[in-house]
Design a protein around this ligand. Structure first.
Ligand code: HSE
Length: 299
């Protein structure tokens, strides 16, 4: 009647896949405890590690969980405890981890009446509360693991992309505030055809590189002509950080989701650690505090 689950952090966009690509991180995530209760509905009984509302309708996990419960129409309810380790607003899917965790946990406790993919729209309700937009590029990899492509939003179709086993992700989280809603509002609503051609060429290249384990192709494709040129101005030292990551052997580097975290993909753990050391050096020279993580891609 109780389950404890790991709610993984995620990196959305991966440069060329704005709103359509994301990956799941194996060793960074929150913990959630969910238990059945006789009372209908969902109550959040405890949150540690972050200052977040306990009210169900103001909490990302509460809203996502209630969306699922309304669909299931049960005679009983659930209580949840959330132990946050992913910092809110870091750009590695903190809200998505909560939204995904609650729906996966409830579904497990009920004996999995829904397929994992069917849980995504409920988790997206939580994401909407957090960011004001219905993107799935964090919740889908948090729920399904691995690299995920959102092939279509309407109707929702997500595809798990085969990827090499030795890909590691380095994350640096500079402690500055970038709101997803703001990082979305500064983007142009339309893009020139030339930009679109660059972007979809890279997206196709990235997917192909993942399937064929062609690291050179992966590296060439990890570029963003759509969001990064605008969003990088919200992140101090972004250009220096990216330069350092590439000089230290990263395959590619860019903004994680809507930032402020910066991600780099590397082949092998040693390379990912070297990239981490270089990124630290960039921010140590500044007043900005930061966290650095290295993680394998979670399957
Ligand atoms: N794809 C979204 C964005 C992710 O870039 O705005 C936000 O977490």
């Amino acid at each position: 009647n109780q389950i404890k689950i790991f709610c993984p952090a995620t990196v959305a966009n991966l440069s060329c896949g704005f709103d359509v690509l994301g990956l799941c991180l194996e060793s960074i995530g929150d913990e959630m405890i969910i238990r059945k209760s006789n009372e209908k509905g969902l109550r959040i009984t405890n949150i540690t590690g972050a200052d977040l509302p306990l009210e169900t309708n103001k909490n990302v996990a509460g809203v996502a969980g209630m969306a699922l419960l309304n669909h299931l129409d049960l005679e009983f309810g659930f209580e949840i405890e959330i132990h946050k380790k992913i910092k809110a607003g870091s750009g590695i899917g903190s809200s998505a981890a909560s939204a995904a965790g609650v729906v996966v946990g409830i579904n497990e406790l009920l004996g999995n009446p829904l397929h994992r993919k069917e849980l995504i729209p409920f988790a997206m309700e939580g994401e909407f509360l957090a960011s004001g937009s219905y993107h799935a590029d964090n919740v889908a990899p948090a729920i399904l693991g691995g690299f995920i492509l959102v092939r279509s939003y309407d109707p929702l179709e997500v595809i798990k992309i085969k990827s090499p086993k030795d890909l590691y992700v380095t994350i640096i989280h500079p402690h500055i505030e970038v709101k997803t809603s703001e990082a979305r509002s500064i983007l142009p609503k339309e893009i020139p055809l030339k930009t679109a051609i660059t972007q979809w060429g890279n997206l196709g290249g990235l997917i192909s590189g993942l399937y064929t384990e062609d690291y050179g192709l992966l590296g060439r494709s990890l570029q963003d002509a759509v969001a990064e040129p605008y969003r990088k101005n919200l992140i101090p030292e972004f250009d220096n950080a990216k330069k350092s990551a590439l000089e230290n052997g990263a395959l590619g580097c860019g903004i994680s989701g809507s930032g402020p975290s910066i991600y780099a993909l590397s082949k092998g753990l040693e390379n990912a650690k070297n990239v981490a050391d270089g990124l630290k050096k960039v921010y140590i020279k500044t007043e900005i505090r930061f966290d650095v993580y290295v993680s394998k891609v979670c399957d």
